[in-house]
Design a protein. Structure first.
Length: 314
Protein backbone atom coordinates (compact mmCIF):
# COMPACT_ATOMS: atom_id res chain seq x y z
CA UNK A 1 0.00 0.00 0.00
CA UNK A 2 1.03 3.63 -0.45
CA UNK A 3 -0.34 6.60 1.42
CA UNK A 4 0.08 10.34 1.35
CA UNK A 5 -2.43 10.67 4.17
CA UNK A 6 -1.08 12.12 7.42
CA UNK A 7 -1.05 10.75 10.90
CA UNK A 8 -2.66 12.89 13.58
CA UNK A 9 -5.98 14.63 14.11
CA UNK A 10 -8.76 14.30 11.57
CA UNK A 11 -12.03 16.17 12.12
CA UNK A 12 -15.28 14.88 10.59
CA UNK A 13 -16.91 18.26 10.13
CA UNK A 14 -20.64 18.85 10.51
CA UNK A 15 -22.64 20.14 7.56
CA UNK A 16 -24.32 23.37 8.65
CA UNK A 17 -27.79 24.03 7.25
CA UNK A 18 -29.72 27.30 7.16
CA UNK A 19 -33.14 27.59 8.76
CA UNK A 20 -34.57 27.38 5.24
CA UNK A 21 -32.99 23.95 4.82
CA UNK A 22 -30.14 24.57 2.39
CA UNK A 23 -26.44 24.18 3.08
CA UNK A 24 -25.01 27.15 4.97
CA UNK A 25 -21.73 27.70 3.14
CA UNK A 26 -20.81 30.73 5.23
CA UNK A 27 -21.18 28.58 8.34
CA UNK A 28 -19.05 25.89 6.72
CA UNK A 29 -16.33 28.48 6.10
CA UNK A 30 -16.46 29.47 9.77
CA UNK A 31 -16.08 25.89 10.95
CA UNK A 32 -13.22 25.16 8.57
CA UNK A 33 -11.38 28.30 9.61
CA UNK A 34 -11.58 27.25 13.28
CA UNK A 35 -10.06 23.87 12.45
CA UNK A 36 -7.29 25.38 10.35
CA UNK A 37 -6.36 27.71 13.21
CA UNK A 38 -5.95 24.61 15.37
CA UNK A 39 -3.57 23.10 12.78
CA UNK A 40 -5.44 19.82 12.48
CA UNK A 41 -3.96 17.43 9.96
CA UNK A 42 -7.14 16.61 8.03
CA UNK A 43 -10.77 17.59 7.59
CA UNK A 44 -13.36 15.01 6.57
CA UNK A 45 -16.52 16.20 4.84
CA UNK A 46 -19.62 14.14 4.11
CA UNK A 47 -19.08 11.63 6.89
CA UNK A 48 -21.58 10.46 9.48
CA UNK A 49 -21.11 13.71 11.40
CA UNK A 50 -21.88 15.61 8.20
CA UNK A 51 -25.35 13.98 7.86
CA UNK A 52 -24.23 12.57 4.52
CA UNK A 53 -27.29 10.33 3.94
CA UNK A 54 -29.47 13.44 3.64
CA UNK A 55 -27.20 15.40 1.28
CA UNK A 56 -28.22 15.38 -2.37
CA UNK A 57 -25.73 14.70 -5.17
CA UNK A 58 -25.37 18.34 -6.24
CA UNK A 59 -24.97 19.43 -2.63
CA UNK A 60 -22.33 16.73 -2.14
CA UNK A 61 -20.24 18.19 -4.96
CA UNK A 62 -20.73 21.75 -3.76
CA UNK A 63 -19.80 20.96 -0.15
CA UNK A 64 -16.67 19.04 -1.15
CA UNK A 65 -15.62 21.80 -3.56
CA UNK A 66 -16.26 24.47 -0.92
CA UNK A 67 -14.13 22.63 1.62
CA UNK A 68 -11.22 22.13 -0.76
CA UNK A 69 -11.23 25.79 -1.76
CA UNK A 70 -11.51 27.06 1.81
CA UNK A 71 -8.82 24.73 3.18
CA UNK A 72 -6.56 25.75 0.30
CA UNK A 73 -3.86 23.26 1.18
CA UNK A 74 -3.88 24.03 4.90
CA UNK A 75 -4.84 20.44 5.74
CA UNK A 76 -5.72 17.25 3.90
CA UNK A 77 -9.34 17.08 2.76
CA UNK A 78 -11.08 13.70 2.66
CA UNK A 79 -14.57 12.98 1.48
CA UNK A 80 -16.83 10.36 2.95
CA UNK A 81 -18.38 8.17 0.28
CA UNK A 82 -20.20 4.88 0.02
CA UNK A 83 -23.38 2.97 0.60
CA UNK A 84 -24.82 -0.46 -0.02
CA UNK A 85 -24.58 -0.22 -3.83
CA UNK A 86 -21.03 -0.79 -5.04
CA UNK A 87 -21.59 0.77 -8.46
CA UNK A 88 -23.14 3.91 -6.94
CA UNK A 89 -20.28 4.10 -4.44
CA UNK A 90 -17.76 3.93 -7.27
CA UNK A 91 -19.53 6.78 -9.06
CA UNK A 92 -19.50 8.90 -5.92
CA UNK A 93 -15.79 8.16 -5.48
CA UNK A 94 -15.13 9.34 -9.03
CA UNK A 95 -16.98 12.59 -8.36
CA UNK A 96 -14.90 13.23 -5.23
CA UNK A 97 -11.70 12.41 -7.12
CA UNK A 98 -12.57 14.86 -9.91
CA UNK A 99 -13.23 17.58 -7.35
CA UNK A 100 -9.68 17.16 -6.03
CA UNK A 101 -9.92 15.52 -2.60
CA UNK A 102 -6.78 14.11 -1.02
CA UNK A 103 -8.42 10.86 0.00
CA UNK A 104 -11.63 8.98 0.65
CA UNK A 105 -13.32 7.63 3.76
CA UNK A 106 -15.28 4.65 2.44
CA UNK A 107 -18.04 3.43 4.72
CA UNK A 108 -18.83 -0.25 5.14
CA UNK A 109 -22.00 -1.17 3.18
CA UNK A 110 -25.00 -0.92 5.46
CA UNK A 111 -28.33 -2.76 5.69
CA UNK A 112 -27.38 -5.46 3.14
CA UNK A 113 -25.07 -7.19 5.66
CA UNK A 114 -22.64 -8.61 3.09
CA UNK A 115 -20.30 -11.49 3.87
CA UNK A 116 -16.61 -10.83 4.48
CA UNK A 117 -15.94 -11.82 0.87
CA UNK A 118 -18.61 -9.37 -0.26
CA UNK A 119 -16.98 -6.63 1.80
CA UNK A 120 -13.60 -7.41 0.28
CA UNK A 121 -14.96 -7.24 -3.26
CA UNK A 122 -16.80 -3.97 -2.51
CA UNK A 123 -13.75 -2.12 -1.19
CA UNK A 124 -11.47 -3.68 -3.82
CA UNK A 125 -13.73 -2.48 -6.64
CA UNK A 126 -13.70 1.10 -5.37
CA UNK A 127 -9.95 1.05 -4.78
CA UNK A 128 -9.27 -0.20 -8.28
CA UNK A 129 -11.64 2.34 -9.82
CA UNK A 130 -10.29 5.45 -8.10
CA UNK A 131 -6.52 5.82 -7.50
CA UNK A 132 -6.75 7.83 -4.28
CA UNK A 133 -5.65 6.89 -0.75
CA UNK A 134 -8.65 5.35 0.94
CA UNK A 135 -9.58 4.75 4.55
CA UNK A 136 -12.03 1.98 5.26
CA UNK A 137 -14.72 3.03 7.73
CA UNK A 138 -15.68 0.18 10.05
CA UNK A 139 -18.72 1.14 12.09
CA UNK A 140 -20.79 -1.99 12.79
CA UNK A 141 -23.12 -0.18 15.18
CA UNK A 142 -24.50 1.72 12.19
CA UNK A 143 -23.98 -0.70 9.32
CA UNK A 144 -24.92 -4.02 10.91
CA UNK A 145 -21.73 -5.80 9.86
CA UNK A 146 -18.18 -5.83 11.26
CA UNK A 147 -15.11 -5.82 9.04
CA UNK A 148 -12.95 -8.56 10.49
CA UNK A 149 -9.19 -8.26 10.88
CA UNK A 150 -8.54 -11.02 8.36
CA UNK A 151 -10.50 -9.03 5.78
CA UNK A 152 -8.50 -5.90 6.57
CA UNK A 153 -5.29 -7.86 6.11
CA UNK A 154 -6.35 -8.80 2.58
CA UNK A 155 -7.47 -5.27 1.79
CA UNK A 156 -4.17 -3.83 3.06
CA UNK A 157 -2.46 -5.59 0.16
CA UNK A 158 -4.26 -3.26 -2.27
CA UNK A 159 -2.04 -0.30 -3.08
CA UNK A 160 -4.55 2.52 -2.56
CA UNK A 161 -6.13 1.24 0.66
CA UNK A 162 -4.18 3.21 3.23
CA UNK A 163 -5.89 2.54 6.53
CA UNK A 164 -9.02 2.17 8.59
CA UNK A 165 -11.24 4.34 10.73
CA UNK A 166 -11.89 1.83 13.49
CA UNK A 167 -15.27 2.50 15.07
CA UNK A 168 -16.06 -1.02 16.20
CA UNK A 169 -16.06 0.23 19.82
CA UNK A 170 -14.22 -3.01 20.62
CA UNK A 171 -10.79 -2.47 22.12
CA UNK A 172 -9.87 -6.13 21.65
CA UNK A 173 -10.49 -5.86 17.93
CA UNK A 174 -8.62 -2.56 17.72
CA UNK A 175 -5.66 -4.14 19.51
CA UNK A 176 -5.79 -7.09 17.11
CA UNK A 177 -5.79 -4.75 14.11
CA UNK A 178 -2.82 -2.80 15.47
CA UNK A 179 -0.90 -5.97 16.19
CA UNK A 180 -1.49 -7.73 12.88
CA UNK A 181 -1.67 -4.99 10.24
CA UNK A 182 1.51 -3.54 8.68
CA UNK A 183 2.95 -0.55 10.55
CA UNK A 184 2.35 1.74 7.57
CA UNK A 185 -1.37 0.89 7.51
CA UNK A 186 -3.06 3.82 9.26
CA UNK A 187 -5.29 2.87 12.18
CA UNK A 188 -7.38 5.85 13.26
CA UNK A 189 -9.67 5.82 16.27
CA UNK A 190 -13.27 6.54 15.36
CA UNK A 191 -14.62 6.44 18.93
CA UNK A 192 -13.76 9.51 20.99
CA UNK A 193 -13.90 7.67 24.31
CA UNK A 194 -11.26 5.23 22.99
CA UNK A 195 -8.95 7.81 21.41
CA UNK A 196 -6.35 7.80 24.17
CA UNK A 197 -6.34 4.02 24.54
CA UNK A 198 -6.06 3.44 20.80
CA UNK A 199 -3.21 5.93 20.50
CA UNK A 200 -1.33 4.32 23.39
CA UNK A 201 -1.68 0.93 21.69
CA UNK A 202 -0.01 2.36 18.60
CA UNK A 203 -2.83 4.08 16.73
CA UNK A 204 -1.76 6.64 14.17
CA UNK A 205 -4.41 9.24 14.92
CA UNK A 206 -8.07 9.97 15.49
CA UNK A 207 -11.13 10.97 13.52
CA UNK A 208 -12.72 12.89 16.35
CA UNK A 209 -16.26 14.27 16.48
CA UNK A 210 -15.48 16.22 19.66
CA UNK A 211 -12.67 17.98 17.79
CA UNK A 212 -15.40 20.02 16.09
CA UNK A 213 -15.72 21.78 19.46
CA UNK A 214 -12.19 21.70 20.94
CA UNK A 215 -9.79 20.94 18.08
CA UNK A 216 -6.75 22.34 19.90
CA UNK A 217 -7.26 20.13 22.94
CA UNK A 218 -7.83 16.96 20.91
CA UNK A 219 -4.80 17.67 18.75
CA UNK A 220 -2.71 18.36 21.85
CA UNK A 221 -3.62 14.93 23.23
CA UNK A 222 -2.81 13.16 19.96
CA UNK A 223 0.49 15.00 19.60
CA UNK A 224 1.41 14.30 23.22
CA UNK A 225 1.04 10.54 22.76
CA UNK A 226 3.07 10.62 19.56
CA UNK A 227 5.77 12.58 21.42
CA UNK A 228 5.78 9.98 24.23
CA UNK A 229 4.38 12.56 26.66
CA UNK A 230 1.91 10.10 28.13
CA UNK A 231 1.27 11.96 31.37
CA UNK A 232 0.22 15.07 29.47
CA UNK A 233 -1.91 13.02 27.10
CA UNK A 234 -3.61 11.18 29.95
CA UNK A 235 -4.48 14.44 31.68
CA UNK A 236 -5.97 15.83 28.46
CA UNK A 237 -7.96 12.61 28.07
CA UNK A 238 -9.40 13.04 31.55
CA UNK A 239 -10.22 16.68 30.83
CA UNK A 240 -12.16 15.67 27.73
CA UNK A 241 -14.14 12.84 29.31
CA UNK A 242 -17.29 14.73 30.28
CA UNK A 243 -17.47 16.58 26.97
CA UNK A 244 -17.10 13.28 25.11
CA UNK A 245 -19.84 11.68 27.19
CA UNK A 246 -22.30 14.50 26.56
CA UNK A 247 -21.48 14.64 22.85
CA UNK A 248 -22.65 11.06 22.55
CA UNK A 249 -25.66 11.23 24.86
CA UNK A 250 -27.77 11.04 21.70
CA UNK A 251 -27.09 9.93 18.14
CA UNK A 252 -24.18 11.72 16.47
CA UNK A 253 -24.28 14.44 15.15
CA UNK A 254 -27.21 15.74 17.19
CA UNK A 255 -25.24 16.76 20.32
CA UNK A 256 -22.17 18.18 18.56
CA UNK A 257 -24.30 20.20 16.18
CA UNK A 258 -26.39 21.46 19.09
CA UNK A 259 -23.20 22.43 20.90
CA UNK A 260 -21.89 24.37 17.90
CA UNK A 261 -25.19 26.25 17.75
CA UNK A 262 -24.97 27.01 21.48
CA UNK A 263 -21.46 28.31 20.81
CA UNK A 264 -22.87 30.64 18.15
CA UNK A 265 -20.99 29.00 15.28
CA UNK A 266 -23.92 27.69 13.21
CA UNK A 267 -27.71 27.50 13.17
CA UNK A 268 -29.21 24.52 14.94
CA UNK A 269 -30.82 22.86 11.95
CA UNK A 270 -31.00 19.15 11.23
CA UNK A 271 -32.36 17.14 8.37
CA UNK A 272 -34.86 14.46 9.29
CA UNK A 273 -34.59 11.85 10.71
CA UNK A 274 -32.08 13.77 12.84
CA UNK A 275 -33.96 16.01 15.27
CA UNK A 276 -33.36 18.40 18.21
CA UNK A 277 -32.05 17.00 21.49
CA UNK A 278 -34.25 15.84 24.34
CA UNK A 279 -34.48 18.57 26.98
CA UNK A 280 -32.63 16.76 29.79
CA UNK A 281 -29.67 15.92 27.56
CA UNK A 282 -29.69 19.45 26.16
CA UNK A 283 -29.50 20.98 29.64
CA UNK A 284 -26.65 18.68 30.61
CA UNK A 285 -24.76 19.52 27.42
CA UNK A 286 -25.23 23.24 27.98
CA UNK A 287 -23.88 22.95 31.53
CA UNK A 288 -20.86 21.05 30.27
CA UNK A 289 -20.14 23.67 27.60
CA UNK A 290 -20.31 26.36 30.29
CA UNK A 291 -17.89 24.32 32.42
CA UNK A 292 -15.46 24.15 29.49
CA UNK A 293 -15.88 27.92 28.89
CA UNK A 294 -17.21 27.23 25.42
CA UNK A 295 -20.34 29.30 25.97
CA UNK A 296 -21.08 32.25 28.17
CA UNK A 297 -20.68 36.01 27.95
CA UNK A 298 -17.94 35.66 25.34
CA UNK A 299 -19.92 33.58 22.82
CA UNK A 300 -20.60 35.03 19.36
CA UNK A 301 -23.82 36.70 18.38
CA UNK A 302 -25.50 33.91 16.43
CA UNK A 303 -28.71 33.27 18.37
CA UNK A 304 -30.44 30.77 16.11
CA UNK A 305 -31.01 28.21 18.85
CA UNK A 306 -33.91 25.80 18.73
CA UNK A 307 -36.61 26.51 21.32
CA UNK A 308 -38.12 23.15 22.22
CA UNK A 309 -41.19 24.71 23.87
CA UNK A 310 -42.19 26.89 20.92
CA UNK A 311 -40.81 24.63 18.19
CA UNK A 312 -39.10 27.65 16.62
CA UNK A 313 -35.63 29.13 16.24
CA UNK A 314 -35.07 32.23 18.32
Amino acid sequence: MISTLPQGTYVPIVTPFSEHGGVDYSGLHTLIDRLLLANVEAIVVMGTTGESPTVKEQEFSEVVKCAIERVNGGAAVLSGIGGNDTQASMQQARIAENLGVDGLLVVCPYYSKPTQQGLYEHFKSIAEEVPLPQLIYNVPGRTGVNIETDTLLKLAEIQTIAGVKESSDNIEQISDVLQRLPNEFLVLSGCDHLNFTTLCLGGHGVISTVANLVPEKVKAMVDAVHNNEFGTARQLHFELQQLVADCFSETNPIPVKTALAMMGEIDEVFRSPMCPMESTNRSRLEATLEHYNLIGDHKSGNSNIYNEKTGQYA
